[in-house]
Design a protein around this ligand. Structure first.
Ligand SMILES: [Zn+2]
Length: 420
C-alpha cells in the first residue's frame, strides 16, 4: 500500500512539472484567427505567459531562435474560447434533476464533480469561463477558482458570481411543505437588505453580481418579474462602487426591461425579448447571452426527439427572438448555460448560434474578443502581442465550418500547454 502511494505521488509531481513549465514556443499553424479576422500563414511566438509576437512567418525567425517549434499543419490557431455562461457546480438535469442536485448532493460531492467539469472545459478549448452561480453550493466556486489559479488542478480562468441573488420566495427548490425552510439555489434578499447581500458576495470573492430579474413564480407557474427597477438600481449602484458589473437572468419582456433600466450589463436567456426590447438593449449597450443550447437540451429532456419530432414552440420562438436580437444589432455574448448540458460540450452553443443564423466568423468573434470585451478582460480574447497566451488550435477551418471547433489539437493557458 505504502509503495503504491509513494509511486502515485511521484507520478503526480512529475505530471505537475510538465504541465506547468513555461517556455518559449513558436507555433506554426496554417492560419490564425486573431479574434477578428483570419490570417493565412501567420506564426505566433509565445514567451512565458504572454504572446510575444504574431505575424507572417518570415518576420518572426530572428526573434524566435531558442523557441520550441510546434508545426500545426492543417490547423487554425484561435484565442482560447471564453464561455459566457457556465455552472461548474451543476451537471445535466437528465442525469439528476436540479432540485436533487441542490437538496441531495453534498457540497463535497459537488466540488469533486466540479473539478472534473473544470478539466473537461479546459480540454475543450475554453480557457475562461464566466460561472454564473453555484446553485446552492455556497461560495465553493471561490475555492475552485483558487485551486485552478494555483495550478493544483487544471481548469479555465474563472470569473465567478458566487451565490447569485433572488427575490424572496421566487426561486427554488419549490413545492414542499410551507412548514419547512429549504436551502435555495441562490441567496434571497430584498429592498435595502440587497446592499448587504451584494457586499457580502463581493467580500467572499464574487467578480460579478448575478441576479434573477424574473422567474417561474406566477400564479400558474408562468415567468414573472421579481425585483423592482428600484431594487435592481440599488444592486447595480452597490456593485458598481466596487467596480463590479451586474448581470441578469431574464426571460420575460418585463423582466428584461427592468434589468436594462436598472443598469445590468448582460441579459441571460432573453427568450421573451421583443424587437422593442432588443432595440432598448442595443441603445443601452446591454449584451445578450442567448443560451440556445440550454433550451435545446431541456426540450429534449422533456421528451422532444430532435430531428424526428416537429420543433416545440419554445424552440421555434427562440429562433425568432435570436434573429430579432441580431437584426437589432444587439451584442451577442456566447454562453450556453453549460451544466444544464455536459461540461466539455460547450461547443454546442457555438454550433447552434451558427445554426440559428449567425455567420461562423461572428460566432468565433463572439466567443473570443467580444466576450473578453463584455467581461472587461483587457488581455484576453485576441492573438496580439502583450495579450495572455491563452489559445486553442483546431484542425480545419472553423470560420467556414463551425464544427471544426470540436477538433481540438492543443490548448494553451497562460503559456502552458494542457493538451498536445
Ligand atoms: Zn444559468
Amino acid at each position: 500500500m505504502r509503495t503504491n502511494f509513494l509511486l502515485s505521488v511521484f507520478f503526480l509531481s512529475n505530471l505537475t512539472t510538465s504541465l506547468f513549465a513555461q517556455k518559449t514556443y513558436l507555433l506554426r499553424p496554417d492560419r490564425v484567427f486573431d479574434g477578428q479576422e483570419v490570417h493565412e500563414n501567420w506564426t505566433v511566438l509565445i514567451k512565458n505567459e504572454k504572446i510575444a509576437a504574431v505575424g507572417p512567418a518570415s518576420l518572426l525567425t530572428a526573434d524566435s531562435q531558442n523557441a520550441e517549434i510546434i508545426d500545426l499543419k492543417g490547423c487554425t490557431l484561435l484565442p482560447g474560447f471564453i464561455e459566457g455562461h457556465s455552472h461548474l457546480f451543476l451537471h445535466p438535469y437528465n442525469e439528476t434533476p436540479w432540485d436533487d442536485q441542490v437538496l441531495k448532493e453534498s457540497r463535497s460531492y459537488r466540488t469533486a464533480r466540479a473539478t472534473l467539469h473544470a478539466k473537461k472545459t479546459l480540454m475543450a478549448g475554453f480557457t475562461t469561463v464566466r460561472d454564473l452561480g453555484t446553485e446552492g453550493a455556497e461560495y465553493d466556486d471561490f475555492g475552485l477558482k483558487q485551486a485552478i489559479n494555483q495550478g493544483v488542478i487544471p481548469g479555465p480562468r474563472m470569473i465567478i458570481a458566487t451565490k447569485a441573488l433572488i427575490a424572496t420566495g421566487s426561486y427554488g427548490p419549490k413545492g414542499f411543505s410551507a412548514d419547512i425552510t429549504l436551502p435555495q439555489g441562490a441567496e434571497e434578499a430584498d429592498g435595502q437588505d440587497l446592499i448587504k447581500a451584494v457586499r457580502s458576495q463581493i467580500g467572499k470573492g464574487a467578480d460579478v453580481i448575478k441576479i434573477y430579474a424574473d422567474y417561474r413564480w406566477g400564479l400558474n407557474g408562468e415567468t414573472r418579474p421579481t425585483f423592482s427597477v428600484e431594487e435592481i438600481k440599488l444592486i447595480v449602484e452597490t456593485a458598481k462602487s466596487s467596480g463590479r458589473p451586474v448581470v441578469a437572468h431574464a426571460s420575460s419582456a418585463e423582466g428584461m426591461k427592468r434589468a436594462i433600466s436598472g443598469g445590468v450589463e448582460t441579459i441571460e436567456h432573453g427568450d421573451g425579448g421583443t424587437p422593442e426590447i432588443f432595440k432598448m438593449m442595443h441603445e443601452h449597450g446591454v449584451a445578450l447571452c442567448p443560451t440556445l443550447a440550454a433550451g435545446d437540451a431541456t426540450s429534449q429532456y422533456r421528451g422532444w426527439k430532435k430531428g424526428i419530432d416537429q420543433e416545440p414552440e419554445k424552440i421555434k420562438n427562440k429562433r425568432i427572438t435570436f434573429k430579432n436580437a441580431l437584426d437589432a444589432g444587439v451584442t451577442i455574448c456566447a454562453g450556453g448555460d453549460v451544466g444544464v448540458f455536459s461540461h466539455g460540450d460547450n461547443a454546442r452553443e457555438l454550433e447552434m448560434m451558427a445554426e440559428y443564423g449567425m455567420k461562423p466568423i461572428d460566432v468565433l468573434r463572439s466567443v473570443t474578443s467580444v466576450n473578453a470585451k463584455i467581461f472587461h478582460q483587457d488581455n484576453l480574447g485576441q492573438i496580439k502581442p502583450g495579450f495572455l497566451a491563452d489559445l486553442v488550435v483546431v484542425e480545419g477551418k472553423p470560420e467556414v465550418n463551425i464544427k471544426a471547433i470540436r477538433n481540438v489539437k492543443l490548448v494553451m493557458k497562460n503559456g502552458i500547454i494542457f493538451k498536445d
